[in-house]
Design a protein around this ligand. Sequence first.
Ligand code: GRF
Length: 214
Amino acid sequence: MDARRGDVLIAPLERAWPQFNTPLRLGVMASGHGSNFEALVQASQERLHAQIELLVVNNPGCGAQQRAERLAVPCLVHDHRRYSSREDLDRALVDSFRQAGVEAVVMAGWMRIVTPVLINAYQERLINIHPSLLPSFRGVNAVGQALAAGVRITGCTAHLVREDVDTGPVISQAAVPVLEGDDHETLSSRISVQEHRILPWAVALIGERWRSGG
Ligand code: GRF
């Protein structure tokens, strides 16, 4: 159990990180800054037995794309503005991930609603990270929602993706206290630190289940 005062309340990593016959082949989707993407790349060089095969971004030139260049991770742009429907965009994503031999996909700050085209292609292997303790504060601006509600504890959740936004089975969570004087920026940045911990762990757990035929 890792608990540091003022940082994280509860976020146990219950056991050793799984090792596979061959590294898990991962795809990542991101729209913005890309810090969770980079955390996955770093984890894959340490305890997460995985290889990031492909990053897909929908916003050309976004932070995530720049990080991919720096980290030498293959990156494709699928600009949603060039697709006539959500399903068409998701078909392009699935094609790209399949071509890259991806086994599981992480939505690491993907700011688009996904459809059954993607969800069914990666059933039980499509993971999202959200900055609240779900089921509280689904949807956009979860940190702002938590501040407005006046909760004293919030956090982050890695979960499997279902059609309803920010629902789906929880894989891992970390609780983060709301401190006196916190604003959106300070609280977001402490939540972000915890996202970078629990997301690789969630991938390891899902990878373990997938590789063992579950
Ligand atoms: C994270 O807070 C994540 O929970 C949400 O979008 C944000 C992405 O941050 N879905 P980053 O782009 O990974 O830095």
